[in-house]
Design a protein around this ligand. Structure first.
Ligand SMILES: [Zn+2]
Ligand SMILES: [Zn+2]
Length: 122
């Protein structure tokens, strides 16, 4: 008995890269998700996610100060008007977005929950 020929073929399909923004077509195994470039994990999302998390917790504060200064920043959390001091360093532009209290993810979410509750009662 002879095996049908197609069984010997490599199971290679034309796929589309799953990396957001890539969409390149490539030939790969049915389970392959990424094109040749994005098969390298270093080329994938992770880097982008790191940037996003930096921006979600920090602000970019552009300034021309040439000496260290202490400035008051306002907490960016909606409903929190806390002002907190921050040391601003020359040539450093990334600073915390939230007051001390709200730099903690859990406390921030809790605060938002309380605020929503309060708004409903008004
Ligand atoms: Zn790709
Ligand atoms: Zn705050």
């Amino acid at each position: 008995m002879q095996l049908p020929k197609y069984k010997k073929k490599k199971r290679i399909k034309l796929k589309i890269c799953q990396e957001p923004g890539c969409g390149r077509e490539f030939w790969g195994h049915p389970i392959a998700k990424y094109c040749e470039l994005h098969r390298d994990i270093k080329q994938r999302q992770k880097q982008k996610k790191d940037v996003e998390s930096i921006e979600s917790k920090n602000i970019i504060f552009r300034h021309n100060y040439t000496e260290v200064l202490e400035l008051n920043f306002k907490c960016c959390l909606e409903g929190c008007n806390s002002v907190f001091p921050i040391k601003v360093f020359p040539k450093q532009f990334v600073y915390p977005r939230f007051c001390m209290e709200h730099r903690n993810d859990f406390k921030r979410q809790n605060f938002l929950r309380v605020m929503r509750h309060r708004n409903r009662e008004d």
